[in-house]
Design a protein around this ligand. Structure first.
Ligand SMILES: N[C@@H](CCC(=O)N[C@@H](CS)C(=O)NCC(=O)O)C(=O)O
Length: 259
């Protein structure tokens, strides 16, 4: 590994298992299970396999919001998947999510259980099933889905890009940190401008778009992820900070932001 910027990529990439960094132990260039282990199944209709990360918390927020609205079909068993120990590579987890990332949901309310992976797809599945937090008709539905997919496309630049190079990489490199800090500040400005004019992401109502966005960007402006609040000068994004305090009830009720 070059630490000085003089790295010349070889003709063919090879896996350097000793690359260092917080996730070096679990990251692999191949998919599929590493060991045989079935997932546990509890007694409730929804079986959630997750962890208290921003992506994981989105689904817990949704399930808690559904329960708060009286949907007993949203009762769930939450099973911890320790991604630091490679539990996302068990055969059972790979059956629930071939992409080996939390969160994964198995919906046992139908005769044949339905697996759902990708947090955005899980939020949509639950929203459609219970008829909540996703408006039925355009344009409100379209706007909700636009912001939901905005989050799914944007957060990898925050987590996998900025967070990785700023907080987890074994060396601090100016080029990637500059590149991703710029993008994350741009994303925060997108949110800030939008929240200056709108109560919630999709307009006047609280939707799954808010549940997806808040665990990432709300935690960022509260200084709860990557310890980057000062570096990114998050206090400049006053509308995001105000929205976090006053407009995202689920975040407070379900402890989002507490990781
Ligand atoms: N796009 C996915 C991302 C999920 C994701 O990146 N999960 C992380 C934790 S936040 C994970 O399971 N990482 C384990 C690994 O990469 O092996 C989603 O929104 O569900």
């Amino acid at each position: 590994m070059s630490e000085t910027g003089d790295y010349e990529p070889p003709k063919v990439w090879t896996w350097d298992k000793e690359s260092g960094g917080r996730f070096a132990k679990i990251n692999r260039p191949v998919a599929g299970p590493t060991h045989d282990k079935a997932l546990p199944v509890g007694k409730h209709p929804m079986q959630l396999y997750s962890l208290g990360t921003p992506n994981g918390v989105k689904v817990t927020v949704m399930l808690e919001e559904l329960l708060a609205r009286g949907h007993s079909g949203a009762e769930y068993d939450a099973w911890l998947i320790n991604i630091g120990e490679g539990e996302q590579f068990s055969s059972g987890f790979v059956e629930a999510n071939p992409n080996s990332k939390i969160p994964a949901l198995v919906d046992h309310s139908a005769e044949t259980p339905v697996r759902v992976f990708e947090s955005g797809a899980i939020l949509m599945h639950l929203a459609e099933k219970f008829g909540e937090f996703l408006p039925e008709k355009a344009p409100a539905r379209t706007e909700t889905l636009s912001w939901l997919f905005w989050q799914m496309g944007s957060a990898p630049f925050l987590g996998g890009g900025f967070g990785h190079f700023y907080a987890y990489a074994p060396v601090k490199l100016k080029y990637p940190i500059d590149r991703y800090a710029m993008e994350v500040k741009r994303q925060l400005d997108v949110l800030d401008r939008h929240l200056a004019e709108n109560a919630y992401m999709a307009g006047p109502d609280y939707t799954i778009a808010d549940m997806a966005i808040w665990p990432w960007y709300g935690a960022l402006v509260k200084g709860l992820v990557y310890d980057a609040a000062e570096f990114l000068q998050v206090h400049d994004y006053t509308n995001v900070i105000r929205a976090g305090r006053t407009r995202f009830p689920g975040a407070n009720r379900s402890g989002a932001g507490a990781w």
